[in-house]
Design a protein around this ligand. Structure first.
Ligand SMILES: Nc1ncnc2c1ncn2[C@@H]1O[C@H](COP(=O)(O)OP(=O)(O)OP(=O)(O)O)[C@@H](O)[C@H]1O
Length: 339
């Protein structure tokens, strides 16, 4: 057996990936359309996720996030490279994934015919719980995600956000040590989103679970993640804490000014600021060192400049700024959706 005698499995990281390569083969030409070229969706990926982390995979559409997690969960075989989950080699033994991790994919139509309650209970049974424990786990997760009112409804008759929430509930039963969640909050309202993040965090805090989260929602990523890997064209182009990544763009501060009518350029200091600003109608955006930003805020919040000012906002760089600074495709940056 692989690693049955491996003494250090207990100390192994939650996930360890080395040299992962996956190329989708070219498609066949179809009537009138040329053959689709081969796509190298994982291009030598190396990653380590520590136990107990909430670790994010961030990147634009088509960056290779889902391809990566499908290899991490034993669903897709890499062309080359290794995947170890809690010390288990999932390329050699993909069948072990089922007891090591819970995976919530982008599509989850498998549960469509079941009611919300049965989806959670059946998943718990499939994860090895006896009937009584499965019912208890079902009741607990439905209460936690405030789904009791929908318990008897089939998933296929729910709204998109409700359906997604029911799928999250099913993914969370059975206490798997690793939760792999691909865009779990898609389509959910803020209340449901908060319930999901609280439930995820509880599993980490109370049960020591590790969470690997795929997202392109920048705001969400900044608030919930311990560390984040930025993917672009099948490669990890950065991996750090959100704060560490933001530090890579320096300690610049973004200052946005919105003028009531037009900027008071007759004030010399404002005219000087204009040179450094990117303007869009009445809106100016400035990237400044913290002391310059402080001085600029002082300038525009008093006297005649203040009279001309409609609004201002001071912000530290976002992960979106980082992504662009790291050289992510300009078109890809549009894939980073704000909440
Ligand atoms: N089954 C497939 N056959 C061929 N190419 C594929 C297949 N699945 C994905 N791809 C291609 O592989 C690349 C990576 O896709 P993937 O779905 O992993 O990206 P992603 O980062 O998850 O994107 P999104 O944010 O849109 O979900 C893309 O160029 C995509 O078109």
């Amino acid at each position: 057996m692989d690693g049955a005698r491996t003494p250090d499995r207990a100390a192994a990281p939650a996930v360890r990936v080395d040299g992962l390569v996956k190329t989708y083969p070219p498609g066949r030409p179809r009537r009138g359309a040329p053959a689709a070229p081969a796509v190298r969706a994982s291009d030598g990926i190396g990653l380590e996720v520590r136990r107990g982390e909430i670790f994010g995979l961030l990147g634009p559409n088509g960056a290779g996030k889902s391809t990566l997690v499908r290899q991490l969960t034993g669903l897709l075989r890499p062309d080359a490279g290794t995947v170890r989950v809690l010390g288990h080699d999932l390329v050699r033994y993909p069948e072990r994934a089922a007891r090591l991790l819970a995976y919530l994919g982008q599509e989850s139509s498998a549960l469509d015919e079941l009611t919300v309650a049965l989806a959670a209970e059946t998943t718990a049974r499939l994860r090895g719980m006896d009937a009584g424990a499965a019912r208890a786990a079902r009741d607990e997760v439905l209460a936690e995600l405030e789904l009791e009112g929908l318990a008897a409804r089939p998933l296929k008759k729910l709204s998109g956000g409700q359906r997604r929430l029911a799928c999250v509930a099913a993914a969370l039963v059975g206490d798997r040590p690793l939760l792999v969640l691909d865009e779990p909050t898609t389509g959910m309202d803020p209340h449901a989103r908060r319930a999901v993040w609280a439930a995820v965090d509880r599993r980490r805090a109370e049960r020591g679970a590790t969470v690997l989260l795929v997202t392109h929602n920048v705001i969400e990523a900044e608030t919930v993640l311990d560390r984040v890997a930025v993917l672009d064209r099948g490669r990890v182009i950065a991996c750090d804490t959100p704060g560490g990544l933001k530090a890579t763009v320096g300690d610049e501060v973004r200052l946005e000014l919105v003028w009531r009518d037009r900027a008071p350029l007759d004030i010399p200091q404002i005219a000087a600021l204009a040179d450094a600003a990117t303007t869009s109608g009445r809106r100016w955006t400035l990237r400044l060192a913290p002391d310059e930003a402080r001085a600029a805020v002082g300038l525009v919040t008093q006297g005649p400049a203040f009279t001309a000012l409609d609004d201002f906002r001071l912000a530290t760089p976002s992960l979106e700024d980082v992504y662009v600074a790291l050289g992510g495709r300009a078109d890809g940056a549009e894939g980073l959706v704000r909440a």
